[in-house]
Design a binder for this molecule. Structure first.
Ligand code: AMP
Length: 542
């Protein structure tokens, strides 16, 4: 027997309609490229999104068409989020930090017909355009007075002019909630990027889970600043979740340095934020140097790569900001697990609480996780057994866009991450499968070594790679960036680590660098480091 409840479809447009009805006066503030702040309300965003939906119709965008964006976190990008998906087309957010060839690949693979882009990316769009025959319309997201006098792009249109010429009368269509809403490609360090195609249903369910008290804990009293880019996994779903809950939304545009973020947080009264650890490192450095602390920021969700415990401690103890360590992937929308503590942890000593918080955490409702060995056997959740992390749930990818090979194994998505799960269900990533260091048949966790050294007061950042070794196959080599003006040397690093990790884990070499290579989403590029330093131990042995 079926239930007798209404079969209303979960659609992205319903989020905007709700925000307009319930939170019409709540603000969306965004940093423009010139540094000025643009402010308006959910009422304005809803009206302009309807205008944009009419513009898209005029440009020939129909149900199932794909529309690309190359844009920062700003109000026009929010309008594209709602207008494109809302009218039944697919929003393809492109990462401008991809190599040009990869960008051409994803624009063609997605078959984007229209590209909406910020002025910053005009040269990039001019470079890719000749290689993207399906792109029919180029729309510069700018005011008419800021349009370039000439451009190599055929029929370049001005976003604001198009909106002005359109009506804001538009009725959002209703369709099946399983319809594709957005498309995001993995940043793909090897081979071509792979497309993850979210649905309206997965987007809404994910946004609700993101809002829950142990995750972002959003309400109409919050002011949320997504530092995570809107071109990377839908800014972790925050633009949707903010509108569902009526949060004031603050968008940082292109300015992601510590000083600019801190200023925005203070002037706008930001209460919570989200981003990758490198962003929080920049913010912590700024606050340490200027001897200040946030007055309204209460919590921050950090993920994308491991947040070192020392940095979690700095935020919690020195700056009064609760860090919620989360794990996810493009393929998981991205929220999979989050590390807020359980009541039983409250009585633990502070260091043990920190160790628990540093794990990537427990699965949120809707996501199931398990770990398996190389033969696919399930491993115990004892906090010690290490295996490949598998996930499943209604916002986890079942297949890649237009891919031949299946993405799933026995109904689970294999993440390529190596993890443990403790008896309380807290998952801890030990490594990406390709980053784990295999020394004489034993595994060494590069993340554990990085976390251990990150606690040293003179260390800014560190990455550990497996370098080829004539006897042990691989041994750890540490690439380390010191804080400015510090003289820390190899012996001091090894002595510090010797008190914290097993002796056979100690790196065979410590190399001091001025910086580490960061990829398209702000993560350290270990592949580049391996290419450059993977042979240092062989060179030394020769
Ligand atoms: P992406 O699809 O680019 O967002 O990358 C997803 C990958 O980032 C995951 O498979 C993990 O390897 C890594 N990752 C995400 N969150 C964390 C975290 N909190 N700690 C360690 N690695 C993480």
């Amino acid at each position: 027997m079926n239930g007798l409840m209404m079969d209303r479809q979960l659609l992205v447009s319903s989020i905007l309609q709700h925000a307009e009805r319930q939170f019409a006066d709540t603000e969306i503030v965004s940093r423009e490229t010139d540094g000025s702040l643009h402010r308006y309300t959910y009422r304005d965003a809803a009206s302009r999104s309807r205008r944009l939906a009419n513009v898209l119709a005029k440009l020939g965008v129909t149900h199932g068409s794909t529309v690309g964006t190359l844009a920062w976190n700003n109000h026009r990008h929010v309008e594209a989020y709602f207008a494109v998906s809302g009218r039944g087309a697919v929003l393809h957010t492109c990462n401008p930090r991809l190599h040009v060839e990869q960008l051409v690949y994803i624009l063609n693979h997605a078959e984007d017909e229209v590209l909406l882009f910020d002025a910053t990316f005009l040269p990039l769009v001019e470079a890719v355009a000749p290689h993207c025959p399906k792109l029919r319309h180029y729309v510069l997201m700018s005011d008419s007075h800021a349009m370039p006098a000439s451009s190599a792009l055929p029929g370049l249109a001005c976003y604001e002019t198009l909106l002005e010429e359109s009506s804001d009368a538009f009725v959002w269509p209703e369709f099946d909630e399983r319809t594709a809403s957005t498309l995001c490609y993995t940043s793909g360090t090897t081979g071509n990027p792979k497309g993850v195609l979210y649905s309206h249903r997965s987007t809404i369910l994910h946004s609700l889970a993101l809002s829950l008290p142990d995750t972002l804990s959003l309400s109409a009293h919050d002011c949320v600043l997504p530092v995570v880019p809107m071109f990377h996994v839908n800014a972790w779903g925050i633009p949707y979740a903010a509108a569902i809950n009526g949060c004031k939304l603050v968008l940082p545009g292109p300015r992601l340095d510590g000083a600019s973020l801190f200023e925005l947080m203070e002037t706008e009264g930001v209460t919570c934020s989200a981003g990758v650890p490198t962003i929080w490192l920049g913010l912590a450095q700024h606050m340490e140097q200027s001897d200040c602390r946030p007055s309204t920021m209460r919590r921050s969700v950090v993920g994308g790569s491991a947040m070192p415990p020392a940095l979690i401690r700095t935020f919690m103890e020195r700056f009064g900001v609760e860090v919620r360590h989360a794990w996810g992937m493009t393929e998981t929308s991205p929220l999979g697990t989050q590390g807020s503590l359980l009541p039983k942890h409250a009585s633990l000593p502070v260091d043990e609480q920190l160790a628990q918080r540093s794990k990537q955490g427990r699965a949120v409702f809707g996501v199931e996780i398990c770990i398996v060995d190389a033969d696919g056997n399930h491993l115990p959740q004892d906090g010690r057994a290490m295996g490949e992390l598998m996930v499943r749930g209604p916002w986890i990818a079942a297949a890649y866009f237009k891919a031949e090979s299946p993405a799933l194994r026995d109904g689970w998505f294999p993440t390529g991450d190596i993890a443990t799960i403790d008896p309380d269900g807290f998952m801890q990533i030990t490594d990406r499968a390709k980053d784990v260091i295999k020394s004489g048949g034993e595994w060494i966790s590069s993340i554990d070594l990085e976390n251990a050294v990150a606690g040293h007061p003179e260390v800014l950042m560190a990455a550990v790679i497996g370098a080829r070794h004539p006897k042990w196959d691989e041994r750890p080599v540490m690439l380390l960036v010191r804080k400015p003006g510090r003289l820390l040397d190899k012996d001091e690093v090894l002595a510090y680590l010797a008190e914290r990790v097993a002796k056979w884990w100690l790196p065979d070499e410590v190399i001091f660098l001025d910086g580490l290579p960061l990829g398209a989403t702000g993560k350290v590029q270990k592949r580049d480091l391996r290419q450059q330093y993977g042979g240092v131990l062989l060179d030394a042995a020769a």
